[in-house]
Every structure is written in structure tokens, then in C-alpha cells.
Design a protein. Structure first.
Length: 589
């Protein structure tokens, strides 16, 4: 019993020695392919020196992975792009630090959406430094609070040094690795944050522009666009790690779910925007059902993700399925509209050309078909900004359409208002139009600028109408209207009050004498007969008038006053000019 207990430490030491020998053998085997770290470069692409070990069940620990160093092999996938991988992968990166290459370096994993990244720096088979990175790791618990997953390490000249990484994620497995000096890293990050800030600012301006137009015009297409562009902006803000780094910090739920959530909301906006912009309902009922159904499904999925009914991977899968449908329905509809000459459709098609190229690039990247390079990792964002800019032109066209529609409606309203205030026979203002004109002129009258209201009633019109018929009677009324317009100024108003009664408004008169003189002029204009339908028709006129402000400034009072004067003139023999009753004043022809 005691001998067995005494042998246990010995057996443990044997196993440890075997492990160290295996590790040393692995280190020696890979030393020839080690990544060169020199003083000449302040950043080194790690991909050429990487070796990969797949861990489909994600069961291996570090010791087990180190024991299988001989199984690590050069990657066979496009650069840093492992696609939709469901397990974990181990990455082995041996380092050859040349003279001057020692000192502080950063291992930079430039894909912020990775869930878990465990890093260990080994020297001569012993772990010198280690850290846990990934977007599931609070920034306060990371070695550096940075946008990307950065691991600071101090390298030494000579000796066998290597990096061992374990990567596990629910998103696409992109692992762009580089070694970079801290000064170069912070300079590059400053430029990256500047670019992302500018792009986010552009997206914010687009969204605010659209929201302001929605508030003023109440056209839902502006709200749809605002939802779409805001969601796309937030997606890339999150995708590139700026959101977690600058906005929501250690909020793990937002960091984990914001990309999927914004994609779904962006799809809602895109579906509805296209339906309204292209008026799909007038082209295809099936297309309308697909777009509205897609918007509904995306909205329900976004709500389910918000309340925790589905996980990020499920949301991402559905977003991938729904993603092509706006283009599948929208491209044919836009093509048909473009053939009809609609500029909106042309803007949408050109925008989609850029966005489609970016989206295909991103799809190929996420599926592991394209290498993870700066151009492929940012192509989708560039395409989205291009598309949103073209779609903004769609809104500009829509604003123009709404403005022209409003102007047309205003003209139509003015026309209807004119018809409502005009006499259809003579084209003069009717009683309603007269009231409006009188209301407009009264506020401007004064003792120095008096306003005269003349009420005219034709004498002898009924016999003409009875003798020659209504056609001649109507023609006579039209000739009387023309004559009155010819004897008045452009600023004066001639209106048909009803039947054979007319009203003339004359403003800018300096005295009562001027008002009387103008009335006499109107009276004299009826001395000559009117030529109507080959007939000479003679009619007279009786005129009653009132003067504002002397006889009042109320519209109805002035008309009643002129009407009373007209009645008095009729009673006294017709063919005369009478002024409405004013104490101590009576003017006659």
C-alpha cells in the first residue's frame, strides 16, 4: 500500500516529462515554419504561420490540444475565413523573434463578433501569458478595452515561443490575425473609428432627414426608409465592434443580439419601403403579399429575439433566408417601373447593383468562400451606404411628386373655389364672391381712401327677355357684364348679385363727390343700346350706393344701405342714382 502511494508522484513526473517531450518535439517540428518577427515591421500578418486543429465537439482543453501538436495542419480555407463552423478550432502560431523584434506586441483578432477567444503565449513549452477574449467577455475583464480582441504580450529574442488560440463562436468564424506594435495599432484604430464615425453620421443624417419629412408630410415611405437606414447603420456599428466599444459597453445582451436584431428591423423597413416606392400593389398582388408577409415575419422574429423566445443563431438563420426576398420581388418590379419611365425605379436598380455586389461579397465571406481581407470585410458596408444614398434620391423624387401633387390640388381647389364664387353665365363673381371681395377691401378703406358699393338693377330687362326669349336675355346680361368691366378699373370688382342685378365695388376714392361722379359714369354707360344676337336692345339702370367708412364698415350694412337707396330710386321713377340714407344727405341724378 505504502509502495503504491510512493510510486504515484513518480508516475505523475513521468507523464509530465512525456508531455513536455511531446511539446518540445512539436515546437521543434514547427520551428522551421515559425512566423518571423523582426524590427523592420511594426505589423505582421499571422496567417502564413498558422496551424489549425479542428475540435468539432469543443471538448479539448489546452493540455489535450498541446499533446496533439503533430495533428495541427496548415489551414485549407480562404484566408482567415472558416465560415459557419459549429465547433471550436485551435490555432497554433510558432514565433521566431529576431534581434530587435522583442518587446511589447499585440495579437489583434480583427473580428469583434467572435464569442470566445482564449489566448496563451508559451515560451519553451511554459505558459507565460494568457487571457480570455471575445464579445461574451466584459470589456472590464479583457486585457485591453479595445474595439477588436487585442492581447498584449511581451516577446523575447530567442527561445521557442508560440501562441495557442481556441476560438468558439455562434457567428461565422472569421479569424483575421496579426501581430502589431501598440503604437501602430492605436493609429490604425483611430483611423478605423474615424471612418466608422463618419459612416454612422451619414446614416444618422439620412435617418433624421427622412423622419423630418415623415413628420411634415405624413407619408409612410419616409418612416420605412428611416427604419431601414437606422437599422443598417446600427448593424455595421455593431458588426465592427464600435457599438460595444463606444455605446453600450459591457451590455452582453446588446453585444450578442444587436446584429441579428438590426438586420431583422432593416428587413422590415426594406420590405415596406419597396412596396410603397414601386407601388407593387398595382403591379402584382402576389408581390405585395410577399413583401408585406416578409415584413410581418421579420417583425415577429425581431420581437421574439427581443423577449428571448429565440436565440441569435435562429434569428441569423431566418435573416439569411429572408434577406434575398426584397431583391427577388423588387428587381422585377423596379425593372417594369423603369421601362415605364419612373426615375424612382432607376435609382433603386442602380442602388441595388452596388448593394448586391457588397452583399454577395459578405455572404461569400460569412460562408467561408472568400478570404477575410479589408476589402471583403467592408464591401457590404460600402454597398449599403451606396444603396442608401441612391434610395435617398428616391425620397427626393417622392418629395417632388408630393409637392407637385399638392400644387395640383391647390390649383384644383382654387379652381373649385373660383367656380363656387363665380357666376357661370357672365363669369363675374357671384354673391359669394362679392362678399369675399368686400371683406378683403373693407379693412383698407379710410376717409382718404373711401370705398363705394354700387348696386345696379336693370330697367326694362323683363320685356326684352319676354319678347326675344331667354337666350337673348342671357346674352344681354353677358353684354351688360362686359360693358361694366370696360367702364371700371382692373382693381374694381364687378359682380352679378342675382337675376338682373349687379354690384360694382370701387375703392381709392378721395371724397363723396368722387363716389357720386363714378356712379354717374356708370349710369351714363347705359345710354346706348346693346347689340345682342343681331338685335339692338335698350335697357336702363337704377343705381343705389353706399360709401365706406362714411355709411359704415360692415359688409351686410353697406349692401342693405345700397339696396335701400336702389329701392328709393325705383320708387322715384327709375333711371337714377341714389345714395343710401345718411342723416342730412341725399344724392340724386
Amino acid at each position: 500500500m505504502r509502495a503504491g502511494r510512493a510510486a504515484r508522484p513518480f508516475h505523475f513526473l513521468l507523464r509530465l516529462a512525456a508531455l513536455l517531450l511531446a511539446l518540445a518535439a512539436g515546437l521543434a517540428a514547427h520551428a522551421a515554419d515559425a512566423l518571423q518577427v523582426t524590427a523592420a515591421k511594426d505589423r505582421v500578418d499571422a496567417w502564413p504561420g498558422l496551424r489549425v486543429l479542428a475540435d468539432p465537439d469543443a471538448r479539448l482543453d489546452r493540455a489535450q490540444a498541446l499533446a496533439r501538436l503533430d495533428e495541427f495542419a496548415p489551414p485549407t480555407v480562404p484566408k482567415a475565413s472558416f465560415g459557419q463552423y459549429s465547433g471550436a478550432i485551435w490555432l497554433w502560431l510558432p514565433l521566431d523573434v529576431a534581434p530587435g523584434g522583442d518587446g511589447l506586441w499585440l495579437l489583434d483578432v480583427d473580428y469583434p463578433m467572435l464569442d470566445h477567444v482564449d489566448v496563451a503565449l508559451l515560451r519553451n513549452g511554459v505558459v507565460e501569458q494568457e487571457a480570455r477574449l471575445g464579445d461574451h467577455q466584459p470589456t472590464t475583464q479583457r486585457p485591453l478595452s479595445t474595439r477588436t480582441h487585442a492581447f498584449p504580450m511581451r516577446l523575447h529574442e530567442g527561445g521557442q515561443q508560440a501562441l495557442l488560440l481556441r476560438v468558439d463562436t455562434t457567428s461565422s468564424m472569421l479569424v483575421p490575425l496579426r501581430l502589431i506594435r501598440p503604437e501602430a495599432y492605436h493609429a490604425a484604430e483611430g483611423r478605423m473609428l474615424l471612418v466608422q464615425g463618419l459612416l454612422a453620421g451619414i446614416g444618422l443624417c439620412f435617418a433624421l432627414y427622412s423622419l423630418s419629412h415623415w413628420l411634415s408630410l405624413r407619408d409612410r415611405i419616409f418612416l420605412d426608409y428611416a427604419l431601414c437606414v437606422a437599422s443598417i447603420t446600427l448593424f455595421f456599428f455593431s458588426y465592427h465592434g464600435v457599438g460595444a466599444h463606444q455605446l453600450w459597453g459591457d451590455n452582453e445582451w446588446l453585444t450578442r443580439n444587436m446584429p441579428g436584431l438590426t438586420v431583422l428591423f432593416g428587413l422590415v423597413g426594406a420590405f415596406l419601403f419597396l412596396e410603397r416606392a414601386l407601388d407593387v400593389a398595382s403591379l402584382s398582388r402576389a408581390g405585395t403579399l410577399v413583401l408585406r408577409g416578409g415584413a410581418t415575419i421579420a417583425g415577429v422574429l425581431a420581437a421574439a429575439l427581443l423577449v428571448g423566445l429565440i436565440e441569435y443563431r435562429t434569428a441569423q438563420l431566418w435573416a439569411t433566408v429572408l434577406g434575398p426576398f426584397p431583391m427577388l420581388v423588387g428587381v422585377p418590379a423596379a425593372y417594369l417601373r423603369a421601362r415605364e419611365g419612373h426615375s424612382i425605379a432607376r435609382y433603386i436598380l442602380v442602388g441595388w447593383a452596388g448593394y448586391g455586389l457588397g452583399s454577395l461579397t459578405m455572404t461569400g465571406l460569412l460562408l467561408g468562400l472568400l478570404p477575410a481581407k479589408p476589402i471583403t470585410m467592408h464591401a457590404a458596408q460600402a454597398g449599403a451606404v451606396f444603396e442608401m444614398s441612391l434610395w435617398l434620391m428616391v425620397l427626393s423624387v417622392r418629395v417632388g411628386q408630393l409637392r407637385r401633387k399638392a400644387e395640383s390640388a391647390s390649383v384644383e381647389l382654387d379652381h373649385l373655389e373660383s367656380l363656387a364664387q363665380s357666376d357661370p353665365l357672365t363669369g363675374l363673381p357671384n354673391r359669394r364672391g362679392l362678399q369675399a371681395s368686400l371683406e378683403a377691401k373693407l379693412p383698407h378703406c379710410s376717409l382718404q381712401r373711401q370705398l363705394a358699393v354700387y348696386l345696379l338693377d336693370l330697367d326694362g330687362f323683363k320685356p326684352v327677355n319676354d319678347q326675344f326669349g331667354h337666350v337673348v336675355g342671357d346674352a344681354l346680361l353677358t353684354e351688360v357684364a362686359r360693358s361694366l368691366r370696360n367702364h371700371t378699373r382692373a382693381s374694381d370688382v364687378v359682380a352679378r348679385f342675382g337675376g338682373d342685378e349687379f354690384v360694382v365695388l370701387v375703392d381709392g376714392l378721395q371724397s363723396e363727390e368722387d363716389a357720386d361722379a363714378f356712379g354717374m359714369k356708370l349710369l351714363a354707360s347705359f345710354d346706348r343700346p346693346f347689340a345682342v344676337a343681331g338685335q339692338l336692345c335698350r335697357v336702363g339702370v337704377t343705381i343705389g350706393y353706399a360709401v365706406a367708412p362714411l355709411d359704415g364698415t360692415d359688409r351686410d350694412r353697406l349692401i342693405r344701405c345700397a339696396d335701400a337707396a336702389l329701392y328709393a330710386g325705383k320708387q322715384s321713377g327709375r333711371g337714377c342714382l341714389r345714395r343710401g340714407y345718411v342723416p342730412g344727405t341725399l344724392v340724386s341724378a
